[in-house]
Design a protein around this ligand. Structure first.
Ligand code: PLP
Length: 395
C-alpha cells in the first residue's frame, strides 16, 4: 500500500475482481513492469509471455491481429501497423536489399505506386510496374534479382481483377514472393493465403475497421522467418499501431461481416440501377456480366463482388461538379469502406497528376466516379443517385 502513504505515484495493482470485462480493456500503457531481472530475461527469451514497451507490442494490437489472423487464415501471427501504408512500407523496405528488383501492379493504390516509382529506386531497388491481369507481361518483367511482386486483387478505380491463380503459380515456380494487398476484397471475399499469397497486407482503415475513425494496417507472412523480419522491421522503424486505434478497430470489426454483406448487396443493386439511367454512359462492377473481368471475378471471389462501383456520367467537369453538389447526404471524399456511402472523382484526386490524355486512355474521364457503397437503405440510395444524376446531366 505504498500509494496510500502518498509518496509514490503508480498504483501497485488493479482492483481485484473475480469477474472479467466483456469488452477488451483499452491498454494505453507504454511500459510494463516485471518483477525481477530474471523474469525480464525470460520475457525477452520467450519463456514467459509478457509485454515490455508498447512499440514492441501491446495487448490491443494482439487482440486485433488475432482476429485478422483468423479471418485470413494466416499461418503466422500478423503484425499491426500504424497505417496501411506502414504495412506496405514494412514489406517493401523491410524485406529488400539494394540491388533487388520489385514488380508492382500498374494500378496499385496511389501511395504504393509512389513508393515503387520514387522511394525504392532512391534506395537502390529497381521497380517495374505491370498489369497484373496480364500474366505474360508479369512473367517477362521478372529478372534474376526479382524479390517480390505486389498486387491488389481488384484495382482502383477501374475495378480490374488480377490473374491471381496464374500469379500464384508463377510465384511458386520462381520463388518470388507474392504479396497481396487485400484491402478492397477483404478476407470475406478473398482468402489470399489460400489462393497462394506469401504475404498479405491490409489497410484496416477501410472496410475492416469501417467507420473512418481509425488509421491502421496489418501484414502477415506465410514463412515464419519472413514474418519475423516484418515484425522486427516495423518495431525498429516505429510503425507501431496505437492502442486506441486497435481498440476502435476491434469494435468496428465485430460487425465487419454484416456490414460487408449489406454494402455488397446494395452495391450490386446500385450498379444495375446506374446502368438503367439515361445520364450514365458506363458502369463498372465486377458482378455485372458486362464487366471485362466478370468471369475471373466470379471464379476468384466466390460470388462476392464487393462494395465498390465505378461509373461514368455523360458530361465533363461542370456536370461532375453539379453531380457532387446534388448528391445530398453522400460524402464526396477520397476514401472507401466507411459505413456511409462515399464518392470519389479520380480526375481531381487520386489521378490528378496524370495528363488528361493519359486519364482518358485509362478510362477515367472528368465524368468518371468511384462509389464506395455504405449501409444506407438501398432504395433511398438509388433515389439519391437518380435525382443527382438527372439534375447534373440535364442542367
Ligand atoms: C487505403 C489503402 C492503402 C493505404 O492504407 P492507409 O491505411 O490509408 O495508409 C493501401 N492499399 C489500398 C488498396 C488502400 O485502399
Amino acid at each position: 500500500m505504498k500509494n496510500e502513504k502518498g509518496s509514490l505515484v503508480r498504483p501497485d495493482a488493479l482492483p481485484a475482481s473475480a469477474s472479467r470485462p466483456v469488452v477488451t480493456p483499452l491498454s494505453p500503457s507504454v511500459v510494463y513492469a516485471s518483477d525481477t531481472p530474471d523474469m525480464l530475461d525470460q520475457q525477452y527469451e520467450g519463456g514467459l509471455q509478457g509485454y515490455t514497451y508498447s512499440r514492441e507490442g501491446h495487448p490491443n494490437a494482439d487482440v486485433v491481429a488475432k482476429r485478422l489472423d483468423r479471418l485470413e487464415g494466416a499461418p503466422c501471427p500478423g503484425v499491426m501497423t500504424s497505417s496501411g501504408m506502414a504495412a506496405v512500407s514494412a514489406v517493401l523496405m523491410g524485406l529488400t536489399h539494394a540491388g533487388d528488383h520489385v514488380i508492382g501492379g500498374n494500378q496499385l493504390y496511389g501511395r504504393s505506386l509512389r513508393m515503387m516509382s520514387d522511394d525504392l529506386p532512391r534506395l537502390g531497388i529497381d521497380t517495374t510496374l505491370v498489369d497484373p491481369g496480364d500474366i505474360d507481361a508479369m512473367r517477362s518483367a521478372i529478372r534474376p534479382n526479382t524479390r517480390l511482386m505486389l498486387v491488389e486483387v481488384v484495382s482502383n478505380p477501374t475495378l480490374r481483377v488480377a490473374d491471381i491463380s496464374a500469379l500464384a503459380d508463377l510465384a511458386r515456380e520462381t520463388g518470388i514472393l507474392l504479396v497481396i494487398d487485400n484491402t478492397f476484397t477483404t478476407p470475406r471475399a478473398f482468402r489470399a493465403f489460400d489462393a497462394g499469397a506469401d504475404i498479405v497486407i491490409h489497410s484496416v482503415t477501410k472496410l475492416l475497421a469501417g467507420h473512418s475513425d481509425v488509421m491502421l494496417g496489418y501484414v502477415a507472412a506465410k514463412d515464419p522467418e519472413i514474418n519475423d523480419s516484418l515484425r522486427v522491421f516495423s518495431v525498429t522503424a516505429g510503425m507501431t499501431a496505437s492502442p486506441f486505434d486497435c481498440w476502435l478497430a476491434e469494435r468496428g470489426m465485430l460487425s465487419f461481416d454484416l456490414r460487408f454483406d449489406r454494402a455488397q448487396s446494395t452495391a450490386a443493386r446500385l450498379a444495375d440501377h446506374l446502368g438503367s439511367l439515361a445520364g450514365v454512359t458506363r458502369v463498372l462492377y465486377p458482378g455485372r456480366s458486362d464487366h471485362p473481368d466478370h468471369a475471373r471475378a466470379a471464379s476468384l471471389l466466390g460470388g462476392n463482388y464487393c462494395n465498390m462501383v465505378s461509373f461514368e456520367l455523360n458530361g465533363s467537369r461542370p456536370e461532375a461538379n453539379a453531380f457532387t453538389r446534388a448528391a445530398e447526404g453522400l460524402s464526396f471524399a477520397p476514401t472507401l469502406g466507411d459505413v456511409g456511402t462515399t464518392i470519389s472523382h479520380p480526375a481531381s484526386s487520386s489521378h490528378r497528376a496524370l495528363t488528361e490524355a493519359k486519364r482518358t486512355e485509362l478510362g477515367m474521364s472528368e465524368g468518371f466516379f468511384r462509389i464506395s457503397v455504405g449501409l444506407e437503405d438501398p432504395d433511398t440510395l438509388c433515389e439519391v443517385f437518380t435525382s443527382a444524376i438527372a439534375s447534373a446531366v440535364s442542367g
